[in-house]
Design a protein around this ligand. Structure first.
Ligand code: SAH
Ligand code: SF4
Length: 359
């Protein structure tokens, strides 16, 4: 938890209350000499049903004593997320550039389905330190990690804009969730709390590039959150080239961690596999992928085949459609479940890996 002053400091140096999760709010209330239920009241204002008017000041928290509202205002800032830009895709999805505290901004994508489903793909960091060569975010480097509240705010922005409740959320925007583990878990718990976000754990998905210690910790969490792992190649040398930030984390260990995750959570992670022309779509790569996806025993992982989206300045090309289809067929023949993920929002650069704007 950041150092929260309890005696009033220069306003410009105050931390944002959005950097706190439920535990952080409880600690803050304790430090302010308040009973524990005050933390729940504040969480309900921040992350519960959206109030009719945007929440921009602690003054609006009318069920808190005036003295507490004043102390909160002297202790931390309350930054309301602002939409700096909205782009609408022909397919109905919308991409937002959301302004955060301190002048940073991240991208959030909302994808409606049917009349009442809304999936939000949220960012966990501004930028990303892992530098995957196919990814626009990775090319920008890391700017900063987001607080739990800043992640939840991205869902609120989309929900208010669509006038719909968010039914599913995926940590698949900018950033590597397990490089910001505590805040991401804090956000998932705010979203999962039935008095706050009210989204079932299975409808909350984390996509990781495969950080081993993060997978281990995630396996041991009590909730049934969903895990997706970006594999992109089951051949070590190819993966090292595509995802240089992971070169120290061998595929053999990744496979073991996934088996551990499956055994301890009772849930199977899915594998994301981006098809890149001439790089990871060869017969040898296919064979390695089948071996990896077979998991251990009868446990096969589901493979999501993704069409590479071209990024500005990127020299990699997507595999041609017939090779994509052949890849999917071969996986199915090998009894590995595979789907081809339709990309949405590509016309507004909102598709996977195209999220580049960090301010
Ligand atoms: N850091 C996490 C989550 C964010 S990236 C991860 O890597 O899983 C979200 C997804 O977009 C990942 O599966 C990533 O591999 C994919 N992606 C990255 N660049 C892409 C591109 N150019 N085209 C399509 N998907 C891409
Ligand atoms: Fe980071 Fe994921 Fe992009 Fe890799 S694919 S650079 S881990 S956001």
């Amino acid at each position: 938890m950041p150092e929260f002053p309890t005696d009033g400091q220069a306003a410009s140096r105050l931390p944002s209350i959005k950097s706190l999760d439920k535990g952080g709010l409880r600690t803050l209330m304790e430090r302010l000499g308040q009973p524990a239920y005050r933390a729940r009241q504040v969480a309900a204002w921040l992350y519960g049903t959206a109030p009719a008017v945007p929440l921009t000041s602690f003054e609006q928290m009318t069920d808190l004593p005036r003295s507490l509202r004043e102390r909160l205002a002297a202790t931390c800032t309350l930054d309301a997320p602002q939409i700096l830009r909205r782009q609408d895709s022909r397919d109905g999805s919308r991409k937002y550039l959301v302004q955060l505290a301190g002048g940073n901004a991240v991208e959030t994508v909302a994808i409606p389905a049917g009349h009442d489903r809304l999936t939000v793909c949220f960012s966990t960091q501004a930028g990303c330190a892992l530098g995957c060569v196919f990814c626009a975010t990775g090319q920008a480097g890391l700017v900063r990690s987001l607080g739990a509240g800043e992640m939840v705010d991205q869902l609120r922005v989309a929900s208010e804009d669509f006038g719909l409740r968010v039914t599913n959320a995926v940590a698949m925007g900018q950033g590597e969730p397990f490089a910001n583990y505590n805040a991401v878990l804090g956000a998932l718990r705010l979203l999962n709390d039935e008095r706050l976000g009210g989204i079932g754990a299975r409808r909350l998905t984390v996509s990781t590039c495969g950080l081993l210690d993060g997978i281990r910790r995630f396996a041991e969490e009590p909730e049934q959150f969903t895990l997706a792992v970006s594999l992109h190649s089951a051949v070590q040398a190819t993966r090292d080239r595509l995802m240089p930030g992971l070169a120290s984390q061998p595929l053999t260990e990744l496979r073991e961690e996934l088996a551990y995750y499956a055994a301890s959570s009772g849930r199977r992670p899915s594998l994301e596999y981006l098809l890149i022309d001439g790089v990871n779509d060869t017969p040898e790569e296919l064979e390695a992928l089948i071996g990896f996806a077979r998991g251990q025993g009868a446990l096969n992982y589901h493979v999501n085949l993704i069409v590479l989206n071209k990024t500005a300045g990127g020299r990699l090309e997507p595999s041609p459609p017939e090779r994509l289809q052949a890849f999917a067929n071969s996986l199915l023949q090998a009894r590995v479940n595979a789907t081809i993920r339709a990309s949405r929002g590509a016309d507004i650069q909102a598709a996977c890996g195209q999220l580049a704007e960090v301010v």
